[in-house]
Structures are given as structure tokens and as C-alpha cells.
Ligand binder design. Structure first.
Ligand code: ATP
Length: 208
């Protein structure tokens, strides 16, 4: 029998190239989980990204292995390989559509950084994404804070109540910086989990 008192599950979706996953990703996911009482956060590494098609991307299996290690100690974080196993270009609206079928009667929240928020309207079918989920956006330091809040207000005028700011400590780290540091022989300790650092070294990732 269905339990009528069972509360609606809240699922966070953290999409990214994760090449590699770093502490900035983990911090925003964890703060989204706490602030919006999410039951789970799905980490979804991109397959063929429409935005990064010109960039050489590390294989899906390496990126998934690193995500898996990075989230291993958090029972509410889950790796979802829905995009990485697909031969098609991964469009977010498409992924959300598939997730909706697996997470029937769940409330979905898409978690992103401010750089992605500013691009959001240029994504394929943003209206379809917003039909199925709300957006939780974390401020990133290279954007001006007033501009960030102005943009959230602007998007909410068009799509009332769909965009929410995340209040997170600011970890100014990017995957690009990690790759560059590895290439230059600089330390990445404390920027990525220890297991990810070791994996990068053992598999000689990002050295050319
Ligand atoms: P790259 O440097 O290769 O462009 P990235 O560090 O931005 O990568 P992605 O995997 O492309 O990482 O990002 C996934 C999501 O995480 C995006 O929405 C991005 O805005 C967000 N994000 C990444 N790093 C941070 C950070 N330090 N603070 C807040 N959000 C972040």
C-alpha cells in the first residue's frame, strides 16, 4: 500500500565534465544538499558535451572513477552514468527528461555555478528543463556578486520562482586550473580529494 505520508524526495542534479572533479564541485553539492534538504545529489559526468566539443576530454571511465572516489564517503552523493554511456551529445533537457522517468514523484533541483547560470538561456530547450526542475546557482568569484543576483532576479521575472541562489563558501578552483597545475608539476593537494590526487598521479593524467 502506498504511504500517503511519505514526503516527496528531493533530488539534486550536479552535471559537469568533472575533468577532474574538484573540491569546488563537492562544496557546492554539499551546501545545496544542506540548504535545500536534498535527499540525494546525483553526479552526472557529461558524455559528449555540446559546450566543450572542441576541448580534448579525458575518457568517461577515468572521469567516472574519479567522481566515484570523491563521493565515496558521502552516502547521499551518487554517481549516475546516464550521460557518459550515451553515444549522443548530452543535452541537459534530455537527461532531465530521462531522470524524470526514473524519479517519478520526486522534486528535481539542478545545481550549477554562476558561469553556467549566465549561459543558461543559450542551452538547448531551457523551458523544458524548467518545467521539470528548479535551478540552484552558486556564485563564483570571477563574476561580480551584484551582477549574479541581478541575473537571478532577471531569470525569475521570466520564470517565477525557478532560480535560487546557493549560499556556499567560495572555493575558487576549476578543473582547468587543476589540469594546468598537474601539467606544470605544481601541487593539487587540498584542491581535490586525496584519492583523486593519487588516481591522477597513478594514471598519469593531464601531463601532456
Ligand atoms: P573547466 O575548468 O574544465 O571549465 P569546471 O571547473 O568549471 O571545468 P565543470 O565540470 O565544467 O567544472 O563544472 C560543473 C559545474 O560546476 C558547472 O555548473 C560549474 O559552474 C560548477 N563549478 C565548477 N567549479 C566551481 C566552483 N569552484 N564554484 C562553484 N561552482 C563551480
Amino acid at each position: 500500500m502506498q504511504d500517503r505520508n511519505r514526503k516527496l524526495e528531493k533530488i539534486g542534479i550536479m552535471g559537469g565534465t568533472f575533468d577532474p572533479i574538484h573540491n569546488g564541485h563537492l562544496v557546492i553539492a554539499e551546501n545545496a544538499r544542506e540548504q535545500y534538504a536534498l535527499d540525494q545529489v546525483l553526479f552526472i559526468p557529461t558524455g559528449h558535451s555540446p559546450l566543450k566539443h572542441k576541448q580534448q576530454i579525458t575518457s568517461g571511465s577515468h572521469r567516472c572513477a574519479m567522481v566515484s572516489m570523491a563521493i565515496a564517503d558521502n552516502p547521499q552523493f551518487v554517481l549516475d552514468e546516464i550521460e557518459v554511456n550515451s553515444p549522443e551529445i548530452s543535452y541537459t533537457f534530455h537527461t532531465i527528461n530521462k531522470l524524470k522517468k526514473n524519479y517519478i514523484s520526486c522534486e528535481l533541483f539542478f545545481i550549477l555555478g554562476a558561469d553556467s547560470l549566465f549561459d543558461f538561456e543559450s542551452w538547448r530547450n531551457p523551458d523544458l528543463i524548467l518545467e521539470s526542475c528548479s535551478i540552484l546557482a552558486a556564485y563564483r568569484k570571477h563574476q561580480r556578486q551584484e551582477e549574479f543576483f541581478r541575473h537571478i532576479a532577471y531569470l525569475n521575472e521570466k520564470h517565477p520562482g525557478k532560480f535560487h541562489p546557493l549560499d556556499t563558501p567560495n572555493l575558487e578552483v576549476s578543473s582547468q586550473e587543476i589540469r594546468q597545475r598537474v601539467r606544470h608539476g605544481q601541487t593539487i593537494r587540498y584542491l581535490v580529494p586525496k584519492t583523486v590526487e593519487t588516481y591522477i598521479q597513478e594514471n598519469k593524467l593531464y601531463i601532456d
